[in-house]
Design a protein around this ligand. Structure first.
Ligand code: SAM
Length: 343
C-alpha cells in the first residue's frame, strides 16, 4: 500500500490512507499509455498509484481544498495528470473537455476523506466542534440550513432515507422543538441533542448521532444522485474493455452499485419502467460477481477499510443504455429535492 504519510506526526491533520489500493489497482489494471478517471481525488492516493504504473489520469474532486492539495502531484506528473475541480456526476464531460473521447478506467471512492472529517471547521464530524456545514464543495446549502429551515416532515424523510435512521421522526421532532428556542450552529450542539433524545446504551457500537450526521451529509451533497449519475457517465465514457471500479462505505451506496452492475450486465433484465431496455445487449461484464472486501491485514492497519466494499465491471462494446434512476430502487429523490428548494 502506498504510504502517504498518514501518521500526522507533525501534529498536522492526518492524511487520508487510500482504502483497498491493491484491489483497486488489481481491477483497474492500468498500463502505460492508458487514461483513467479518478472521480474522487481526495489526497490523491489512487491517482498517484495509477500514475506510477505509467498511465495518465484525469482526477476530479468537488472540494477546492483537495484540488489545492494536489498541485504538487500535478507538477510532478505534468503532462500525465489533469486535475479538475468538479462533480463526478459529470465525469464524462470533464474527460472530454480534457481531450479524451473515451477512457480505459473509472474509479470512484465514495464518501468523505480523512482530511474532511478531521478538519473541525468543515463540520462533518460529531466528535469535533465546528460549524454545522458538511458541504464538500464549500458552496450551496449547509447542514445548518437543513436542520434550521426544513419542515419536520422533510427532516424525518431526510434522516430516514439518507441515514436509514429508525428513530427519524423522534429526532426530527426534537430538532424542530429545540430550534424554536435557539437555531443550531455547531456540530456538538446537534450531536448532544440527538444523544439526549434517543439515549445511549453501553452496548451501542456507534454514537447515537452517527446516522443523523450521515443523512445530513448525504443530503447536503446530493451524494446518491451524484453516484447514480456518475455510474451512467462512466458507462458513456468507458471504451470497450474499460474497467469501472467503485469503493463504497455504506449499504445505500453499495446497493446502488450492485443494482447498476447487475442491471447493465443483464442480471435483472433491465428496468421495469423502460421495458424496451430489457432487450439491449449487456454493457458491462461482471468478471467478479459480488463485493470484494478489505483484507484482515488492511482492516488492522486502517479500521475505516472494514466497511469498504469494492465492485467492478468491464465495459462491453455495446452502446450505452438510457439512464434510468428507477433501477436503483431508491425513494423518490425528486420529491426530496423539490422540498429542498421549497418548490
Ligand atoms: C474517500 S475520499 C477519496 C480518497 C482518495 N481515493 C485517496 O486515495 O486519497 C472522497 C473524495 O471524493 C470527493 N467527492 C465526494 N463526492 C464527490 C462528487 N460528487 N464529485 C467529486 N468529488 C467528490 C470528496 O471531496 C473527497 O475528497
Amino acid at each position: 500500500m502506498t504510504d502517504l504519510g498518514a501518521d500526522g506526526a507533525d501534529g498536522g491533520p492526518v492524511r487520508h490512507i487510500p482504502v483497498m489500493l491493491d484491489e483497486v489497482l488489481g481491477s483497474l489494471c492500468p498500463v502505460p499509455g492508458e487514461v483513467h478517471v479518478d472521480g474522487t481525488f481526495g489526497a490523491g492516493g489512487y491517482t498517484r498509484a495509477i500514475l506510477e504504473t505509467g498511465a495518465s489520469v484525469v482526477a476530479i474532486d468537488r472540494d477546492p481544498d483537495a484540488i489545492a492539495g494536489g498541485r504538487d502531484l500535478a507538477e510532478t506528473y505534468s503532462g500525465r495528470l489533469q486535475l479538475v475541480q468538479g462533480r463526478f456526476s459529470q465525469l464524462d464531460e470533464i474527460a472530454r473537455q480534457c481531450g479524451h473521447a473515451s477512457v480505459d478506467g473509472v474509479v470512484l471512492d465514495i464518501g468523505v476523506s480523512s482530511m474532511q472529517i478531521d478538519e473541525g471547521g468543515r463540520g462533518f464530524s460529531f466528535q469535533k466542534d465546528g460549524p454545522l456545514d458538511m458541504r464538500m464543495a464549500q458552496s450551496g446549502i449547509s447542514a445548518a440550513d437543513v436542520v434550521n429551515l426544513a419542515e419536520q416532515s422533510v427532516l424525518t424523510r431526510v434522516l430516514g432515507i439518507y441515514g436509514e435512521e429508525k428513530r427519524a421522526s423522534q429526532i426530527a421532532r426534537a430538532i424542530v422543538k429545540r430550534r424554536e428556542a435557539k437555531p443550531f450552529a455547531d456540530t456538538l450542539d446537534l450531536a448532544n441533542l440527538v444523544e439526549s433524545t434517543v439515549g445511549r446504551k453501553h452496548s451501542d457500537r456507534i454514537h447515537p448521532a452517527t446516522r443523523t450526521f450521515q443523512a445530513l451529509r448525504v443530503f447536503v451533497n446530493q451524494e446518491l444522485e451524484e453516484l447514480g449519475a456518475a455510474l451512467f457517465a462512466a458507462e458513456r465514457i468507458l471504451k470497450p474493455g474499460g474497467r469501472l471500479t467503485v469503493v463504497t462505505f455504506h449499504s445505500l451506496e453499495d446497493r446502488m452499485v450492485k443494482r447498476f452492475l447487475a442491471d447493465r450486465a443483464g442480471g435483472i433484465g433491465g428496468s421495469r419502467h423502460l421495458p424496451e431496455v430489457a432487450t439491449h445487449a449487456p454493457v458491462f461484464v461482471q468478471k467478479k460477481r459480488g463485493a470484494i472486501l478489505a483484507s484482515e491485514a488492511e482492516a488492522q492497519i486502517n479500521p475505516r477499510s472494514r466497511s469498504a466494499k469494492l465492485r467492478t465491471g468491464e465495459r462491453t462494446a455495446e452502446a450505452a443504455w438510457t439512464p434510468d434512476f428507477s433501477i436503483f430502487g431508491l425513494p423518490d429523490l425528486d420529491l426530496v429535492r423539490a422540498v429542498r428548494t421549497g418548490r
